[in-house]
Ligand binder design. Structure first.
Ligand code: SIN
Length: 302
């Protein structure tokens, strides 16, 4: 077992020691990535052995789909915390009341016509919070209300994307670093979605750009993964602007080829846990007249 697996298991798990084991299956979805977790009830305490199995499956499959989870926001927060500290999103107006760790992802308007959540989260391919010095380990998104059509989420395997690069491109990006900024597309999104708030100076300071390797070695499975995205990556450090832009555009296109992508069609009570170190994701969009609401927790990485 890796040191990383060990350290995650030491995370806060108050009732794990006394928890009874549960009978559940982990069934690979086939294709680029992903596995379904069937028969596990996250409203009950999860034993250390069961947690260890889930953690291993997350490292192996990158996206876990926990089916039929009738859990409260507090239970989502408690389960998420077992993987590490939770990160609070800079758009605090979209926190779930009483649960600052939960970001509401929704296109629904309240009675006063105000959005209850971040309606265009995931409009561009990205890895959550890559603009932070400590980007996210993974995110857990729990379905609350789903549209009759649309609303899918796509996940692209960044280990596979890296492995498929031609050798000369691998050599070219070896050791390069890139800047990630929350502000990169913020005004563009705000022009499309005017309900996005104008950021205060304090919020802008909170999301100062961060620099990360273009290729990261995953701390949990030791594999290399591409770590750039069209949403947040602004430039390759040290390259002239035109060269940086051309290289990023090539990497963006190579990172989300159809053969690396799993498309998740949500079912009621799904909770999906993806690894932000090994996948990028994209929200495919929901027709305007249909309602969609999900709760997201985001686990801090390294
Ligand atoms: C996200 O990018 O966190 C949200 C994805 C989605 O709404 O499908």
């Amino acid at each position: 077992m890796s040191a990383v697996l060990d350290s995650a298991l030491s995370a806060d798990a108050p009732s794990a020691a006394a928890a009874a084991p549960q009978a559940f299956d982990i069934r690979p979805l086939g294709g680029a990535l992903g596995a379904e977790v069937l028969g596990l009830d996250l409203s009950r305490p999860v034993s250390e052995d069961d947690f260890r199995r889930i953690h291993r499956a997350h490292l192996d499959h990158h996206v876990l789909v926990f089916r039929d989870q009738r859990i409260t926001p507090a239970e989502q927060v408690a389960f998420s915390r077992r993987f590490g500290p939770l990160q609070i999103h800079v758009l605090k107006n979209f926190q779930l009341a009483g649960h600052p760790e939960i970001l509401v992802v929704s296109n629904i308007l309240d009675a006063a016509g105000q959005p209850i959540g971040l309606g265009d989260a995931g409009h561009y391919w990205h890895s959550d919070l890559s603009y932070k010095d400590k980007p996210s380990l993974g995110s857990l998104l729990h379905a609350q209300e789903l549209p009759a059509e649309g609303g899918d989420t796509l996940f692209a395997n960044q280990h596979a994307a890296y492995d498929a690069l031609p050798d000369d491109l691998k050599a070219r990006i070896d050791g390069l670093r890139a800047e990630h900024s929350y502000l990169a597309k913020y005004e563009e999104l705000r022009a499309r979605s005017p309900w996005r708030p104008k950021l205060t100076q304090a919020q802008i300071d909170e999301v100062a750009p961060a620099v990360h390797p273009v290729v990261r070695t995953h701390p949990g499975n030791g594999r290399k993964a591409l770590f750039v995205s069209e949403h947040f990556t602004t430039r390759i450090v040290g390259l002239p602007e035109a060269e940086s832009r051309a290289l990023l555009d090539e990497l963006f296109a190579r990172s989300v080829r159809p053969e690396f992508v799993y498309r998740h069609a949500w079912r009621p009570h799904d909770m999906v846990f993806w690894d932000n170190r090994s996948v990028q994701h994209l929200a495919a969009g929901t027709p305007d007249h249909l309602r969609r609401k999900l709760y997201r927790t985001t686990v801090e990485g390294s």
